[in-house]
Design a protein. Structure first.
Length: 261
């Protein structure tokens, strides 16, 4: 077992995998069950847990409105744009090891080379990742995570799931999130505590601040908007940007493709 695992508790990973499997089971059962009795409430096959999801969505919105967003707005107000861009670039650079590992797991040799090249260029010539010089060298980021790896090898996403604090997800996405965080090697493993907690807090605030301009795009039912944007974005990533028939588009919302979801 690698050294970095010895610094992290294993129980959260086990609980994550158990929860992901538990979430997938009822979804499959609903697809195979007998037709619902007459007069029963219809279930949306892509969002069968909508009642629960909406409650969690409201909870997350409340936490965001009273705590996270005010901090992000202050950060956005007082942080110089050049510094903000450098912080965002730095944290993005840390994900390149994840991109490399998952590209290898998906047998995407070119993407693996790009991820390794981006990390090398940005770390060496970009002041530790503060400057994205790799994009200037025609090496744009190719985000890959273990959720995409599962999708590449044929794993279904499962139904939409809104998680407390973590936000939009699916069983496949949540499982990938846990594997990326607790199993696969990460540049974060080199950061000791308590510095890692300060860095994570800064990353969360920086990401939330970057999403503030996107709020102007939200219209209609914000829950449906966020759900469709997230699901479409995940399909876009799993299909490597190839245009396919969107299984998540619905008549009550227009097509969405937000880069930061």
């Amino acid at each position: 077992m690698r050294e970095f695992l010895s610094r992290r508790p294993l129980n959260p990973l086990v609980m994550t995998l158990v929860l992901a499997l538990a979430c997938t089971g009822p979804a499959l059962a609903q697809n195979m069950q007998e037709p619902a009795p007459e007069g029963s409430v219809p279930v949306n096959p892509k969002d069968p847990w909508e009642n629960w999801n909406r409650k969690v969505f409201t909870f997350n919105e409340t936490i965001d409105r009273w705590f996270l967003k005010p901090v992000a707005q202050a950060y956005r107000t007082f942080t110089p744009r050049l510094v903000d861009r450098g912080i965002t670039n730095f944290f993005n650079n840390l994900t390149e090891l994840r991109n490399f590992t998952n590209s290898v797991l998906q047998l995407k040799g070119e993407s693996a080379v790009v991820a390794l090249g981006r990390f090398t260029y940005n770390t060496t010539f970009g002041l530790g990742g503060l400057i994205d010089v790799a994009t200037a060298f025609d090496l744009p980021e190719r985000p890959e995570d273990f959720g995409q790896t599962l999708g590449y090898w044929g794993s279904g996403s499962g139904p939409y799931l809104m998680l407390p604090f973590l936000g939009p997800s699916t069983p496949r996405h949540f499982t990938g999130f846990a594997v990326d965080g607790f199993v696969l090697p990460s540049a974060w493993d080199a950061v000791d505590s308590p510095e890692v907690y300060y860095a994570r807090a800064l990353q969360i605030v920086d990401r939330r601040a970057d999403l503030i301009p996107a709020e102007s795009f939200i219209s209609g039912d914000s829950y449906i908007f966020v759900r469709n944007a997230f699901l479409q974005r995940r399909e876009f990533l799993i299909n490597d940007g190839k245009v396919v028939n969107d299984p998540f588009a619905s008549d009550d919302d227009e097509d969405l493709m937000l880069e930061d979801f």
